[in-house]
Design a binder for this molecule. Structure first.
Ligand code: ADP
Ligand code: TRP
Length: 331
């Protein structure tokens, strides 16, 4: 039996390099392995916890969908779909919420962070927190276990969510017999957490992102805005710099060795940025063309996703049948 690999991205903002190297690229690389069967999707209902404008939902939905396709997702090799096209996800969420201890949700990091923020501001601990956020990890568990997923490629920040999915699957199995596959996260060592322009984790929430797809001019501006230390012009430069980390992601090992030598030899930060921009732009150019094509052909994207949903639901229905039987509701 093939290893099932599954991951999703929420359409909550314009995709950035952290999303690409942390989640999307590792997933595309896995798609090319012969023993993998991949399920990749757009987690539109997960976005609802924070995104409550229909226009933004549409915009970001297509941006994420086109990003996956531009990044090399082959719909013949990976099942590609929209979360909300799979009603079984929501049925399974309801069932799983009954074997999920409430305390487990209290400890989930996104909810906990909001509670702590409220408490620090002297507000009610649950001020402005919706049930979507509270139940988020159960919906994510349903996404994962519905497809008998073995590995979930994600960035470091999603590790806890996958651990929760593992716990919930085990609670279910303990109660009802071994009906669900217990998943495991797959975190790419190299880019577990990619830093942004200011050195903190690259994230939409910090406004420090380099967008994956923007014009050459915008990309250039972003690269020039990367924070560097204040070493003198001809001093050796520290390869712990974000410039070096990014360069390595885009360049060949030979290019990286030359760049590293230039750092030791005291390359000017301005020259280091120029060279980084050149490798990034060369890498992103063909992807950008594909992205622009799909952004201009939403109907094609809709067709691909509709066909993906049909394939996904074959598996989803099998799992739901099994789960219904396990809980005593099946025919
Ligand atoms: P953001 O933090 O910008 O809101 P999301 O939470 O939508 O991003 O993340 C989508 C996927 O991209 C997740 O798998 C997440 O782990 C990954 N990811 C996001 N930011 C980074 C980063 N800076 N480095 C590595 N992976 C990241
Ligand atoms: N929670 C993930 C994020 O914020 C998105 C997501 C939803 C997901 N369902 C998933 C990721 C299932 C992996 C598997 O990025």
């Amino acid at each position: 039996m093939k290893n099932i690999i599954l991951t999703g991205v929420k359409p909550t903002g314009t995709p950035h390099l952290g999303n690409y190297f942390g989640a999307i690229k590792p997933a595309i690389d896995l798609m090319r392995e012969p023993e993998a069967q991949c399920f990749y999707f757009i987690a539109d209902y997960h976005a609802l916890t924070t995104l409550q404008s229909a226009a933004d939902m549409k915009k970001y939905f297509y941006e994420i969908a086109c990003t996956w396709l531009a990044a090399g997702l082959d719909p013949e090799k990976a099942v590609f779909y929209r979360q909300s096209d799979i009603p079984e996800v929501f049925e399974l969420t309801t069932i799983l919420s009954n074997v999920t201890p409430k305390g487990l949700m209290n400890r989930a990091h996104a909810y906990k962070a909001c509670v702590e923020k409220n408490e620090a501001a002297g507000l009610d601990r649950d001020a402005d927190i919706n049930m979507g956020l509270y139940n988020y990890p159960i919906l994510m568990t349903a996404d994962i276990v519905l497809f008998n997923t073995k590995y979930v490629p994600v960035g470091q920040d999603q590790k806890q969510h996958v651990e929760i999915a593992r716990d919930i699957a085990q609670y279910f199995n303990k109660k009802y017999g071994k009906s669900l596959m217990v998943p495991c996260e797959k975190i790419s060592e190299q880019v577990a957490t990619l830093a942004g322009l200011d050195g903190r984790k690259m994230s939409k929430s910090y406004n420090n992102v380099i967008p994956l797809f923007c014009t050459e001019k915008q990309l250039h501006k972003c690269v020039m805005a990367i924070k560097t230390d204040c070493s003198a012009p001809n001093d050796p430069k520290d390869t712990n710099s974000i410039l070096f980390t990014l360069y390595k992601l885009f360049a060949t090992p030979e290019q990286t060795a030359t760049y590293e030598q230039a750092f030791h030899d005291g390359i000017l930060w301005s020259e280091a940025k120029k060279q980084l921009f050149d490798v990034m732009n060369a890498y992103l150019l063909p992807m950008r063309e594909k992205y622009d094509y799909y952004m201009a052909h939403h109907d094609e994207v809709d067709d691909i996703l509709a066909q993906g949903a049909v394939k996904a639901r074959v598996i989803a229905k099998e799992t739901i049948e099994r789960v219904r039987k396990a809980i005593g509701s099946g025919r």
